[in-house]
Design a binder for this molecule. Sequence first.
Ligand SMILES: [Zn+2]
Ligand SMILES: [Zn+2]
Ligand SMILES: [Zn+2]
Length: 755
Amino acid sequence: MTKRLRLRFSGIVQGVGFRPFVYRLAVAHGLGGFVQNRLDGVFVEIEGNDKAIEAFVYRTAAELPPLAQISEIYTEDAEPIGESSFRIIPSEDEGRPDVLVSPDAATCRECLQELFDPDDRRFRYPFINCSNCGPRLTIVTNTPFERKNTSMADFTLCEKCRQEHQDPLSRRFHAEPNACPECGPEIWLADAKGSRLDCADPLRKTIELLKEGKAVAVKGLGGFHLCADAANSEALGRLRKRKFREEKPFAIMMRDIERARAVAELTSDEEKLLGSAERPIVLVKKKAESTLSPFVAPGMADLGVMLPYTPVQHLLLREDFEALVMTSANQTGEPVCTSNSEALRRLKGIADYFLFHNRNIAVRCDDSVTMFAQGAQRVLRRSRGYVPKPLVLARQYPSVLGLGAHLKTAVCILKGDFAFLSQYVGNMDTPETREFFHESIANLRRVTGCDPDIVACDMHPDYYTTWVSTQMERRVVQVQHHHAHIASCMAENRITGDVIGLAMDWTGYGLDRRIWGGEFLVADEADFQRAGHIRYFPLPGGDASVKQPWRIAAALLMECFEDDWKKMAEKLKILPEDIPYESVEAVVRQKVQTVFTSSLGRVFDAVSCILGVRRQVSFEGQAAMELEACAGGSSSSKVLPYDILMDREIILDFYPAIRRLAEERVRGMSVRDLSGAFHATLIQSFAKVAQEIRDATGLNRVVLSGGCFQNRLLLSGCVAELDLKGFDVYTHYLVPPNDSGLSLGQVLVAGTVAG
Ligand SMILES: [Zn+2]
Ligand SMILES: [Zn+2]
Ligand SMILES: [Zn+2]
């Protein structure tokens, strides 16, 4: 029986090979009709045998192109008109910014086959791509996503490439970055001064240099990587010294899953994530024995691993290396370099050579970082591969731009029921990052075609982002830091209404002008109440304590042991040798430059120091990460003492726990056991406080957010314990729990308040 069916697909369905996919399916099933890009999605009419139509509909959903994502399919029967052939008809209105830009995607299997096929015209061509893979966001200069609006506008398609671009049956139909050795971009190798080296095969030469222990800056999709042989300790030691990055772990790139298995304990979920089109860095458990240099990730239980995602990376890794260090090429704290001249200037003295190419990077984008915990992917840094895919919210809101906080910034635009979270921008301390921040706002406006009238920012009076909000001549909504964290997690999980929010974090400006960071909130999308918090403790030296956890440890010991603190501090070797006890005591007692905080992150810092894991850190979170690593993957059954004081707010007092930790450490209990007990104490006490709040409010939904939930042990333990106690628990998946997910919460709150 002949039927005609009308379908509308919405979601990410344009610029991702969806129309040719529909075309091929329709032709394969002998169906007539057409497919067309429209403002509100892709429109299809299909006519023919009803069985064939059924098969067509089934296969569109089941065999979707890898970059496409359907959020809704609308279908409706229509009168057959006797159409027997299938056509792709011109778009109703190209040029509308409603068309979503897809994230960049890793080189697909078909392209890889061609890349290593000596008979293929793109054999070893470093810019091979197709409708299913290659650069997207990072080459966008304008919308809609057409070649003339990308960095590929500089290259005129040769006849063969043009035919592929226009043939609906080709894998490269409308693949805007399509290129070949004849018409596309090229690579070349340059020395430290930028002079082009005369060599026939720059890739082979690069491999040789890397083998000699050289550091090569390699231009990639969203920026440059600094690249070195991960087995060569001498090379890595030199790179660390030059980058002033003595301890921060380097990410490594392995040729394939088999190689990755040799250095890390991988679960099948982690393997899947490693091989996904997003190709993030995945934090996985390091094997004790491996051929990797110990300089890759000193002190860490985890290893940041990724698989190659560009043709250049495949070509570098194919035959010669176990693993390459691929760290984003920048001075610590600055954004990754993108242009050739910028790389030369900023990587002077760091890179020995440069592997350049002439396809401009239009949008700066770091590698994304993820981990697997409690049965799901957890994105910790959301950039290449994920951005600018929107998050779909529970309902429509007025448009809002969210600016983030200060550290780990990312911006966000809320438009309708879509939230577009930008790539990771970074710490707003340097002029370079601030420039990147403005670049990201401009880019997000371009990609979304939306310039909101409302701006959301943090409440901290001294943040650069707060100042920027005042300069924009828009309506400004200030959102409390931890409310924004909880709202971010609510947005991601599409929940509305009152919840219990646990914001376990590093630093956030509180309503009482103190530094919050261990917060129990009762919140909805519009407002919150502080139901409880971790007991305030002093942060002597203010910002100096951030890099020097021993200051916090000393202050806490003074609080816990009073006059006996010195004995304790001596036994635990808390203070650096050149610091006299008297001066520390004076600072704490006189409260010179001392602020008070309820930050769990700072408790982690202090405990790490008390247990002898870390006295000083070179990056935020280092002490906490190493403390987690010490626990060896499990919290213990032993719980340290703590108090829950019922005041106007609930005060969770960890002083008894700190006392016990210090005493047991002095008695010689292992760091492993004590770290396990510390984690267990946090988990138990948080669940206990949540129960108190449930008893008082009747709320049963608990939302977990804040930077401390990057800690796998804490996250898994809290979810399991709260689950056991009958709570409905909500956590982050695609949005980071740390401050780079904050702007999502800001826009949700501001959008709710304004709507
Ligand atoms: Zn491909
Ligand atoms: Zn060509
Ligand atoms: Zn935060």
